[in-house]
Design a protein around this ligand. Structure first.
Ligand code: GDP
Length: 484
């Protein structure tokens, strides 16, 4: 979308007049309200040598509500980008050795820190190969991977596909291949269990070609390493291949910018409150940073590494436990550091409200119109009613007659009655127990009305008893006219 000269000037911290002169230099006569289109913007950015982030004006404010990235105001120098450790997910068919492989690497390639902390399972760990590190996601399988992708978090840089040499390609192997393809991430095949006498690695390779993965040694592009996860054979080769692919992929991050990452695990700890493992993809996460993860916000109170040590900073590709969230974020949520806590809180509240609305819409609240359908679909067996009326006598009369409408198939339940206007408590109860509110000679107050709309609670108002009975009867037999 186009941006006005004055807004653009403010964004880049320039005087609007100076900018207008620069525009003139480009042959454009404008004023402060002149709209800069994308082409002009690009020219300007080029001309003034501004950081390229401004070239993405589509990352505007309506971002804030969809759970994905929020635009954060900061400058970064492209020269600060350097190679970071690759983040690897292990996928493959059940029992082919994913867990064994992850355990073996953890046991033999993760050095305990000098501080002597005990290695904890925090959802990911960093293993060492030569003088380089590889980050492994600790939950094998593509379910977690897919769940994260569904939430928009592309966490994995490289996938290791484990295929047991004594079993060959199985349904979940194919699924894993397809997931890696869909995510457009490189895949390295670990042909596992080669220690077994009935291992047939060549058969596995043959089968791979049938799925478009032609092994390198057969002139294709797919790297295959024959390993024994159990015996620890060829694990070094496998890790070297991961680093080789990482180098080709040119995976980079800038440690000198606010952190961005993904929640890989989160729970409510009795002693520590909400604890979440964040895998930093870019930037550095520091104690004291204001953070936002989906609809949860907070300020980093403490960072704990995989050895249980408290640290001050977590850099790119580093998994770290974060304390300080005001609630438990969801695994797969995108995490980012914002300018200040106030903004983080505002956005999280906005998102919570949106989530709430979405929940109400998906929860099927009963209305008289769809009551019959819900019975037919087996979702409901009885109609819950709340009766409010101007006098107690009307309540009794209504209740008696309504209860008599019960049939063998459909029961009528009056869960609450009361004299007076329909209030928020009634709506609350109706919402919680999936009931319809009947008002006899009474109406809802303004607040109750608004609340009912928000909670999708059906309120029906009547002045004559027989009309109320007729409506309920028709609703129960699917004959209610879709009016009101
Ligand atoms: P996952 O379901 O893919 O995580 O598979 P597991 O790691 O749980 O392994 C399934 C079984 O295969 C276990 O009994 C492992 O001990 C065994 N296994 C895994 N890797 C090897 C291997 O390299 N050689 C042999 N002989 N057995 C293995």
């Amino acid at each position: 979308p186009p941006i006005k000269v004055k807004d653009f000037a403010e964004e880049v911290g320039m005087q609007a007049n100076t900018l207008l002169k620069d525009l003139m230099g480009l042959g454009i006569m404008g004023n402060i309200n002149y709209s800069l289109d994308e082409e002009t913007l690009e020219l300007l950015i080029d001309e003034l040598d501004l950081p390229a982030k401004i070239a993405a004006p589509e990352e505007e404010e309506d971002f804030t509500c969809d759970g994905s990235k929020v635009k954060v105001d900061f400058e970064e120098d492209p020269a600060d980008y350097r190679l970071r450790s690759p983040i690897v997910t292990v996928m493959g068919h059940v029992d082919h050795g994913k867990t064994t492989l992850l355990d073996m690497i953890r046991k033999t390639r993760v050095t305990e820190s000098e501080a002597g902390g005990i290695t904890q399972h925090i959802g990911a760990y960093q293993a060492i190969s030569g003088d380089q590190k590889i980050t492994f996601i600790d939950t094998p399988g593509h379910e977690a991977f897919t769940a994260m992708r569904a939430r928009g978090a592309q966490l994995t840089d490289i996938a290791i596909l484990v295929v047991a040499a004594d079993d060959g390609i199985m349904p979940q192997t194919v699924e894993a291949i397809n997931h890696a393809k869909a995510a457009d991430i490189p895949l390295i095949v670990a042909v596992n269990k080669i220690d077994k006498p009935n291992a047939q690695p060549d058969r596995v390779k043959q089968e791979l070609t049938e799925h478009g993965l032609v092994p390198e040694e057969w002139g294709g592009k797919t790297i295959c390493v024959e390993i024994s996860a159990l015996k620890g054979e060829n694990i070094d080769e496998l890790m070297e291949m991961v680093l080789l692919v990482a180098e080709m992929e040119d995976i980079k991050a800038n440690p000198n910018r606010p952190a961005e990452g993904v929640i890989i695990e989160a729970e409510l700890d009795k002693g520590r409150g909400a604890v979440a493992t964040v895998l930093v993809k870019n930037g550095s996460l520091k104690v004291g940073d204001p953070i936002l993860a989906g609809s949860v916000c907070g300020r980093v109170k403490a960072l704990v590494d995989e050895h249980g040590n408290r640290i001050d900073v977590a850099g790119p590709a580093m998994p770290v436990e974060v304390l300080g969230f005001n609630d438990v974020p969801k695994a797969g949520d995108f995490v980012q550091v914002l300018e200040d806590e106030k903004r983080a809180r505002e956005i999280s509240e906005e998102r919570q409200e949106k989530e709430h609305q979405a929940r109400i819409q998906t929860e099927s609240k009963v209305t008289l119109e769809d009551f019959y359908d819900q019975i037919q679909e087996g979702e409901l067996q009885e109609l819950n009613l709340i009766i409010k009326a101007d006098v107690q006598g009307s309540i009794e009369a209504l209740r008696e007659s309504l209860l008599r409408l019960s049939t063998d198939e459909v029961g009528v339940n009056v869960i609450h009655t009361g004299v007076g206007a329909i209030n928020e408590t009634d709506v609350n109860l109706a919402s919680a127990s999936n009931a319809i509110i009947i008002g006899f000679n009474v109406r809802p107050g303004v607040k109750a009305q608004k609340f009912a709309e928000k909670e999708n609670v059906d309120i029906r108002m009547y002045r004559v008893i027989y009309k109320a009975l007729e409506d309920i009867k028709n609703a129960m037999s699917g004959l209610l006219d879709p009016e009101i």
